[in-house]
Design a protein around this ligand. Structure first.
Ligand SMILES: [Zn+2]
Length: 402
């Protein structure tokens, strides 16, 4: 193990360069042109001796599935990272070019530095460190470098899992899990339930409003009341409580002098394990029933636009223990904590693969994922090369096959 960790340090420069090369590829989603980034990842892995397959879920949406077998059969572990990034947003807010990968003050800057091209570089550098050290290992090192995480994963992890590539003894979603330089591990992740509300009113001449029913005002009443709504559920050990953000998108009305008969608004709900899609709808329908007592004109339909289930790993899972031990070995301290966002974890959970829901070098407090001046600390990136290598070796050398 010592030899491998020594190579992990040596390979820090390799990981920094690879992170920079990946940042320089504009794999912006939408539309999500991930193929160029996929081929950079695949080429590196081929050079290291991995068997590499390119899985194109639709034109330009390429995923990499790569694996390296040890000398003996043993457990298989998937490291998953997404190669798509969100758009850079307002360029004036950036101090650097978001697609240059500038290194300054011990950090790499650029879109995807934190979320999560640095993690992909750390995974590859971890595999390289094991290979460079010459250490014999058993089991299978699998890498899924995937498209489409930022818009739900249908062409990425979802596509791989539904086409039979997701089977393994365990998986790690290498999304950010660092808080202000303190390395953490996310045992659980919240789910997302995106809703669309539609209020139906009655159109009338705006000069005589009492003849109509104003669907926009009914919606306003609903959205303002929803802002204070709290879902009933058991608090989760690691995750923030469920949240609701009403009115993230809204449109209604056709003309200044017409009472609008229709208004549509989107609502973002984040759920924890124990609060199902059905619970969300049932609780909101009860809430609307009560609100109608206050404003009888309300006539609203609720539609689910998209549902991403929450996920959590069992505290007894072998991979959880191995990852915690690896992180403690290298960083000395590791915290268990949930984040706010949702990710691809649920795809592996849906087929029964024990999966860590976030374990990677991006920093929730300083990394500015999805914002301007996104960055990653080179020290933390370097630590994760060793952490991933040690996690793999600890997991594949333990006998307790799950
Ligand atoms: Zn991400």
């Amino acid at each position: 193990m010592f030899k491998v960790l020594n190579y992990a340090k040596i390979n820090t420069g390799y990981a920094v360069n690879l992170t920079r090369r990946l940042i320089q590829v504009k794999s912006i989603n939408p539309p999500g042109n991930e193929s160029e980034a996929a081929y950079i990842v695949g080429d590196e892995l081929s050079k290291l001796g991995f068997k590499v397959d390119y899985i194109e879920a639709s034109p330009g949406r390429t995923n990499v599935v790569a694996s390296l077998e040890g000398e003996n059969h043993g457990k298989s572990l998937i490291f998953n990272g997404h190669i798509d990034v969100v758009p850079p947003g307002n360029l004036d807010a950036w101090n650097v070019d978001p697609f240059e990968g500038i290194v300054s003050g011990g950090k790499i800057y650029g879109r995807g530095a934190c979320d999560m091209k640095s993690a992909i570089a750390a995974i590859i550098a971890a595999a390289k460190s094991i290979i460079d050290s010459g250490v014999k290992f058993k089991g299978k090192f699998i890498i899924h470098a995937v498209a489409d995480e930022e818009t739900g994963g249908k062409y990425g992890t979802g596509f791989l899992v539904s086409n039979g590539f997701g089977l393994a003894d365990s998986a790690i979603i290498c999304e950010p899990s660092v808080w202000g330089g303190v390395i953490g591990l996310r045992p659980a992740v919240r789910g997302a339930c995106w809703l669309q509300l539609e209020t139906i009113g009655r159109a009338a001449h705006a000069s005589n409003p009492s003849e109509g029913v104003n669907a926009v005002l009914d919606m306003a009443e609903i959205l303002l009341s929803l802002e204070k709504f709290k879902f009933k559920c058991t608090p989760h050990k690691w995750l923030p409580e469920p949240t609701i953000s009403p009115g993230t998108v809204i449109y209604g009305g056709v003309k200044t002098n017409v009472i609008p008969d229709r208004c549509v608004a989107d609502v973002d709900v984040r759920v924890v394990p124990g609060l199902s899609e059905h619970d969300v709808l049932a609780q909101l329908e009860d809430f609307i029933k009560d609100l109608k007592k206050k404003r009888p004109s309300i006539n609203v339909k609720i539609k689910v636009l998209n549902y991403v289930p929450p996920a959590e790993i069992s505290e007894d899972a072998e991979i959880l223990k191995c990852a915690l031990n690896a992180a403690k070995m290298i960083a000395g301290n590791v915290i268990l904590r949930g984040g706010y966002g949702s990710n691809d974890s649920h795809f592996y959970h849906s087929i029964g693969v024990p999966t860590i829901c976030g374990f990677g070098p991006g920093d929730h407090l300083t990394g500015n994922a999805h914002g301007p001046n996104e960055n990653v600390s080179i020290d933390v990136l370097s630590a994760f090369i060793g952490i991933y290598a040690a996690t793999f070796l600890l997991f594949t050398s333990s006998n307790n096959i799950q």
